[in-house]
Design a protein around this ligand. Sequence first.
Ligand code: HEM
Length: 408
Amino acid sequence: MDAKKAPVEDWTTDFDHTHPDYAANAHQIWDDLREECPIAHSDRFGGMWMPTRHEDIAAIAANKDGLYTSRGVVVSEVRPDIPAPIGYAPPITSDPPFHAPARKLLLGPFAPRKVQALEPFTREYCHSLVDAALETSNEQGWFDAAIGYSQNIPVKVIAQMLGLPAEDGPVFRRFIHNIIENPVQREIPEEETVEWYFDQQIAKRKANPKPPGEGDLIDHLLNVEIFGEALAPEHVRGTVVLLLVAGIDTTWSSIGSAIWHLAQHPNDLARFRDDPEVRPFAVEEFLRAYAPVTMARMVAEDHELQGCPMKKDDWLLLPFPAGNRDPEAFEDADKFVIDRQKNRHGAFGLGIHRCLGSNLARMELSVALDVFVDRIRDFSLVDPANVRFSTGQIRGPRELPVSVKTNV
Ligand code: HEM
């Protein structure tokens, strides 16, 4: 528990998404807020709002009247001062009209065919992780499915796409911790910043340029154009940072939450293991019920929303996971229904910034669960009290001790 965090007395007027109590009780907090005060407010982080109904979240994400900006998408004590239209990490920090062409540059590398080509590599890697996990389990009687399994998979895959050394995985996780999980202002030596790391990577590729269509995703960004010109250096770097951050923490959390659920629900585990046809439905239900990503916006101009006085530069959290649990939008919203048929969830977002990596995320989640469950056929939590969920805008287990009952 973070001793510096003031306790939250009332979630309707003083919520804090970085508080350990929020990490531990998010589902209950959203349910209570939806009933009592569907758009909550807090003075923390200089003022922020949080809608909890699916309809409100969808309307704000759609942003028809341009009342919100994506200039800032991770809530922090200071307001971002990086100039528009690129922002810190395009396209997620870009607003229209720059957003659409910046997004289009990435559609090719994340197309289904490209993602499918990464499947065998991902599967093989998952098997190697299970081999190592089973060895650990034989030695000590349990292993950590977050540290030993889920956190490694997206790191390996995105490092492959970006052409980065896989052994830099711990460095990437530190960047993510600093950007997402622990967004406070702090002094970091220049060589330890994500910006410095990628400046070196970009300089290396500029010194040895590849023809269009060859090389990795960073080479791709150095070859494409926007409005007839090469991308600005801060655009290339910002997009690479985004892909690293957006690709790792999110998918790692989804894989971990799914394992966490299966470890506690033997009937769902048996159905997933024994009925291959249910697996695609189960994957969508994991994404709905345990959606990991809450994104932020900033208020672009003063206005009132359902009686709430929104002031320019207030933060606005968009908890897509809360929308996914709204009983107005989903039948039995609070239940995990492994073969749910109607499931138009918002785990990947609902507006123009809808996840560009959703094909990749689905592939990684499906392969990770296939391999885990096919190999470790029966497993449970060592102790629910030993599971630790992340704090902040990406929700998922960071420590997940699991004991193996049967395996092949
Ligand atoms: C289960 C895993 C994932 C989830 C739940 C997820 C969720 C999301 C959500 C909710 C957004 C929308 C944000 C908003 O409206 O502001 C988003 C955007 C984005 N995601 Fe994902 N994501 C996942 C994995 C990935 C992966 C693997 C990548 C690529 C490596 C990726 C790349 C992106 C990008 C580039 C955007 C910005 C799109 C834009 O601004 O137009 N995501 N993601």
